[in-house]
Design a protein around this ligand. Structure first.
Ligand code: SF4
Length: 188
């Protein structure tokens, strides 16, 4: 997996863990308010090489953020990672648009973070993605069958009504009452 940026010491991206955070290259959406838009790449290198070079005995976890990690070889990356670093926890951020890849990675990921950006129509994100909601729901259904932790980040987009926000929470809890969620402010 090609990654483009690294944060060497994070205490906020993985609760209660000292994490090394890497950012994968590319995404299958192109949200107009993407926090990565126009962010320059610091490098383009293999994830495992970056981790090997930067991990220290103080780290307890690695976080793969994006971009969107599921559009690359996430399965092989996670499998190889767990063989090389069985003592480290692994967390993956995803936009929930590639449930089949999530299935392939279930044995290797300890914690998933999934964005739920909109309930109705992806045009508020500046993209045309008719299956957006169905993909997020399928991803949540898949994760509800595993022991992995799952945290859903609900986007508080200014064009999302409070009713829609409540419905997103209802959907998450109906799939799995134990799933955690957080509301994320979106600044336009
Ligand atoms: S899904 Fe995330 S990384 Fe991809 S374009 Fe949207 S905000 Fe950016």
């Amino acid at each position: 997996m090609i990654v483009t940026n690294v944060v060497k010491d994070s205490f906020i991206d993985y609760k209660d863990e000292h994490a090394l955070v890497v950012f994968s290259k590319g995404c299958n959406l192109d949200c107009d308010i993407c926090y990565n838009k126009n962010k320059p790449y610091d490098f383009e290198e293999d994830l495992l090489e970056i981790v090997q070079r930067n991990i220290t005995p103080l780290h307890t976890a690695v976080v793969i953020s994006g971009g969107e990690p599921t559009i690359q070889d996430l399965h092989k990356t996670c499998k190889d990672f767990k063989e090389l670093f069985p003592e480290l926890k692994l967390k993956v951020f995803t936009n929930g648009q590639n449930p089949d890849m999530v299935i392939d990675c279930l044995n290797f990921v300890d914690t998933w973070s999934i964005d739920f950006k909109t309930l109705q129509d992806t045009s508020i994100l500046g993209v045309d993605c008719p299956c957006y909601k169905e993909n997020v729901i399928r991803t949540l259904q898949i994760l509800s069958t595993t022991k992995a932790d799952c945290i859903v980040r609900i986007w508080k987009h200014p064009k999302t009504s409070l009713d829609d926000q409540d419905e997103m929470i209802r959907i998450i809890k109906e799939i799995n009452p134990d799933t955690k969620f957080e509301l994320v402010d979106i600044l336009l």
